[in-house]
Design a protein around this ligand. Structure first.
Ligand SMILES: Cc1ncc(COP(=O)(O)O)c(C=O)c1O
Length: 384
C-alpha cells in the first residue's frame, strides 16, 4: 500500500543525475508527501470507498463475444483503426447527442492531446483553478497564455474574457463535476459568456458521465448546454479504461490530424472499444444504478455529517471530500480506516492545493446497505 517505509534504494549511486532522485524522495518523505508504489493489490475483504467506479461496472466480466482484436496493432492513422473503434465512436456520439467522437487511450492523453492541438501561442485559455492535472499540462504545453481563475467563479471567467479581447482565440476549460471537490460550475452561465465573447467552451465530463443527466449523458445534457468540446473517460462510470473527445465532425478530423497523443500512439485496444459499446448502452439504460448511487450517496453523506466529518459544503454528488488539512492528518485517518477494513487513500499535494489534504470518499452503486453501515461504523471508530 501507499505508506510503507522507503525501501533500500537501488539507484546506481555513481550516476549523479540519478542520485538526486533518492534525495528528492527523502525530501517528499520528510514533508509527509511520499507515495510508495503499491506492493500488493488492496487487501481482499477491504471495503473500497475511493474508486471512480460509480455505477459498479468495473468488476463486470468481459465477454469476448463479437471477436474484436486484443490490440490495434498501430496508430489509428496507420493500420490501427478497427470496426470496433468506429462503432464505439458512433455509439458515444449518439449517447451524448454530439456529431462525432474520437477515442483516446486515456483521459490524460485525451486532455493533453486536445488542449495542445486546439490552443496555441497568441491564444488565451481561461482555466478553473481546480482543473485536473491533464488539463493543466495541456494548457502549459499549448504555448497559449493561461488565465487560471478562482474555482467555479463565473465573474472571474468573465473578467478574464474581457481582459483577453485581443487574443487570436479564447478557450474556457472546466470540469463539470470536479474530481477532488465534487462540485459543479454553472455551465449555463459559462456557455452564455462564451457565446457573448466568442470563446470556445471545453468541458471535461470525466466524473459526471453515467451518473447524471438524461440516460446518464452528463451534466451538459442535464443543463441543456452544448459544449464545443466534450471530454469523457471510459475508466470511471463505464468501468473500462480509455477516453474520448466529442464534438463536431471537423473537431474529430482536426484531432485525428493534430492531437499528438492520438497520432503518435497505438490505437486503444479494439476489445476495449467493443466493450465500451456495451457499457454505453448499459449505462444509458441503467436508471436503477443511478437511483441506487444517489441513495448510497445520501446515506453516506448523512452518516458522515452525523459523525461531524466536515465534508466540503459545495460537494453534492458521489464524491465526498473530507478535508483534514495537513498531509499527516489525512494519512493518519486513512491508516485508521484501513485498520477498520476500509480503503480510502489520503489525497495530498500536488493532487490538491496545500492545506487541503483530504480523504476523498466515493459512493458506488455496487455498495450494499450493509456496506454503508459497516463504513459508518468504521468511520466512527477511526474518529475516536
Ligand atoms: C477530471 C479528470 N479528467 C481526466 C482524467 C484522466 O483520465 P484517465 O484516468 O482516463 O487518464 C481524470 C482522472 O482522474 C479526471 O479526474
Amino acid at each position: 500500500m501507499d505508506e510503507a517505509p522507503l525501501p533500500h534504494a537501488s539507484t546506481p549511486d555513481g550516476v549523479s543525475a540519478l542520485r538526486h532522485l533518492q534525495d528528492e524522495l527523502s525530501e517528499l518523505e520528510r514533508a509527509g508527501l511520499l507515495r510508495m508504489p503499491a506492493a500488493a493489490p488492496p487487501v481482499a475483504g477491504m471495503l473500497v470507498l475511493c474508486s471512480n467506479d460509480y455505477l459498479g461496472y468495473a468488476a463486470l466480466p468481459w465477454s469476448s463475444e463479437g471477436g474484436a482484436a486484443s490490440g490495434a496493432g498501430a496508430s489509428r492513422l496507420v493500420s490501427g483503426t478497427h470496426e470496433a473503434h468506429l462503432m464505439a465512436e458512433r455509439e458515444i456520439a449518439a449517447w451524448l447527442e454530439m456529431d462525432a467522437a474520437l477515442l483516446f487511450s486515456s483521459g490524460y492523453a485525451a486532455n493533453v492531446g486536445t488542449v495542445t492541438a486546439l490552443a496555441r501561442p497568441g491564444d488565451v485559455i481561461v482555466s478553473d483553478a481546480l482543473n485536473h492535472a491533464s488539463l493543466i499540462d495541456g494548457c502549459r504545453l499549448s504555448g497559449a497564455a493561461v488565465e487560471v481563475v478562482r474555482h467555479v467563479d463565473v465573474e472571474a471567467v468573465e473578467s478574464a474574457l474581457v481582459r483577453s479581447r485581443g487574443a487570436r482565440c479564447r478557450w474556457v476549460v472546466t470540469e463539470s463535476l470536479f474530481s477532488m471537490d465534487g462540485d459543479n460550475p454553472d455551465l449555463r452561465r459559462l456557455r452564455a459568456l462564451c457565446d457573448h465573447h466568442d470563446a470556445a467552451l471545453v468541458v471535461d465530463e470525466a466524473h459526471a458521465l453515467g451518473i447524471c443527466g438524461p440516460r446518464g449523458a452528463g451534466l451538459c445534457a442535464e443543463t441543456g448546454v452544448r459544449p464545443d468540446v466534450l471530454i469523457g473517460t471510459l475508466g470511471k462510470s463505464l468501468g473500462l479504461h480509455g477516453a474520448f473527445v466529442a464534438g463536431s465532425t471537423t473537431l474529430r478530423t482536426y484531432l485525428w490530424n493534430r492531437a499528438r497523443s492520438f497520432v503518435f500512439s497505438t490505437g486503444i485496444s479494439p476489445m476495449v472499444a467493443l466493450a465500451s459499446v456495451d457499457r454505453v448502452r448499459r449505462a444509458s439504460a441503467d436508471d436503477a444504478a443511478r437511483a441506487r448511487l444517489a441513495m448510497i450517496t445520501r446515506q453516506l453523506r448523512a452518516g458522515l455529517h452525523a459523525l461531524g466529518a466536515p465534508l466540503l459544503p459545495g460537494s453534492s454528488g458521489p464524491i465526498l471530500p473530507w478535508i483534514l488539512k495537513s498531509p499527516g492528518a489525512a494519512v493518519e485517518m486513512s491508516q485508521r480506516l484501513a485498520r477498520e477494513g476500509i480503503l480510502v487513500q489520503a489525497i495530498r499535494p500536488p493532487t490538491v492545493p496545500a492545506g487541503t489534504s483530504r480523504l476523498r470518499i466515493t459512493a458506488s452503486a455496487s455498495l450494499s446497505e450493509v456496506d454503508v453501515v459497516r463504513a459508518l461504523a468504521g468511520f466512527r471508530e477511526a474518529l475516536r
